[in-house]
Design a protein. Structure first.
Length: 378
């Protein structure tokens, strides 16, 4: 029996690879001779490059870049054997790089993301996969574009300061020294955010507050992003401000589409394609997936829901092991052949999180034992 184990991470408790190992450990106690393939998965957010490193190999490259407040830090990205680079923007402009008191999207910059891209281009990559998520920025990617050689000027022809607030003063942009390799490189962006660049559902209004913006600053940033899109249009760039995902990562999605000709895809779909998920499922007799909480969002671009669809298309049975099932009736979990919560007893959240490996392993043993019993009763 060929068993593919392809879960997401269990948030705050186990990385996806550890979930794989817990499931395999449980199942192999009942089916020791089964052929197990471990394929940890992600949806394009943090941890995606680690998953792809395990699945596809490659090597990590550490680079000195600038954080959202332009302080030097060390970040890393993944170089794959097929001349692909995988970059998580949070490495350079993540909210986790700032203290709560430092959060200020008026000045926070994506400059470090551009430095990572420039380094990857210098390595000769032909494709760059970018995971959007967790940014501290709201600068429409201007920092990134600056690091790649573009310049942005105010009415006095002075260079703009970093950050989304400065965009309100933009009068002219100059792409004379824009990195020559950008337009010869395929950019694929893993993004599950559908917000436009500005407006009621735009980057500033929806995500600005969690990045430290007060209501007045949200209004300032929203107008600045709108102004930036207008000036970009005056310079002949395609109007991408209303495309789903333009508002991702404080407008970084807009910059990647407009200036780098990037294609925005579902985060899960991007990872699934790079990891060759469909081929792995087609070769399996059973698929086991999972995530920390199975809920209404599972079918909306999350790993477990995506894998269930692939398995259905391949007519392969699929089991979901999760920490909990939140508010779903059996009809809402019908895309899985079996759904099994793994929490063994009522306990404190800290104890539940720390016991995740053992709980998943025990659940896997019980599922495998039930399968063995069913086989013996035929």
């Amino acid at each position: 029996m060929k068993i593919l184990i392809a879960p997401d991470s269990f948030k705050e408790s186990l990385e996806a690879l550890d979930v794989c190992r817990a499931i395999q450990s449980g199942f192999s106690q009942v089916f020791p001779d089964a052929d197990y393939t471990l394929l940890p998965m992600a949806d394009g957010g943090e941890g995606t490059s680690a998953v792809l490193s395990y699945v596809l190999g490659g090597c990590w490259k550490e680079v000195r870049v600038h954080d959202p407040l332009m302080r030097p830090i060390t970040a890393k990205y993944l170089l794959l054997p097929d001349a692909t680079a995988v970059i998580e923007i949070a490495q350079a402009c993540g909210l986790h790089l700032l203290t709560a008191a430092e959060r200020n999207p008026l000045v926070a910059s994506t400059y470090g993301v551009g430095e990572l891209i420039a380094d990857a281009l210098g390595e000769g990559v032909k494709r760059i996969v970018i995971g959007l998520g967790g940014s501290a920025t709201n600068d429409a990617g201007v920092g990134m574009l600056t690091a790649l050689g573009m310049t942005f000027h105010d009415m006095n022809d002075d260079i703009l300061a970093q950050g989304g607030g400065a965009l309100a003063r933009l009068q002219r942009l100059d792409n004379t020294n824009f990195h020559a390799s950008v337009l010869d490189t395929v950019f694929e962006v893993a993004c599950d955010v559908t917000n436009p660049l500005y407006g009621r559902l735009g980057a500033s209004a929806v995500f600005g507050p969690q990045k430290g913006a007060c209501p007045e600053q949200v209004n300032t940033l929203d107008k600045a992003l709108s102004h930036f899109a207008t000036i970009s249009g005056h310079h002949g760039y395609e109007a991408c401000q209303d495309v789903a995902g333009a508002g991702a990562a404080g407008g970084l999605g807009y910059a990647l589409m407009t200036f780098c000709r990037a294609q925005l895809k579902s985060g899960f779909d991007t990872v699934a394609e790079v990891a060759q998920l469909s081929q792995h499922i087609a070769d399996a007799d059973l698929v086991i997936t999972g995530e920390g909480k199975l809920d209404a969002q599972t079918a909306m671009g999350k790993v477990a829901g995506g894998i269930s669809q692939f398995a259905k298309d391949s007519h392969t049975p699929v089991i979901a092991i999760c920490g909990s099932v939140d508010g779903l009736k059996p009809a809402q979990t019908s895309q899985f052949d079996v759904v099994m919560p793994s929490i063994q007893k009522i306990d404190s959240i800290n104890n539940v999180l720390s016991a995740a490996y053992d709980n998943i392993e025990t659940t896997a043993v019980n599922i495998a034992a039930a399968m063995r019993l069913g086989q013996s009763m035929r």
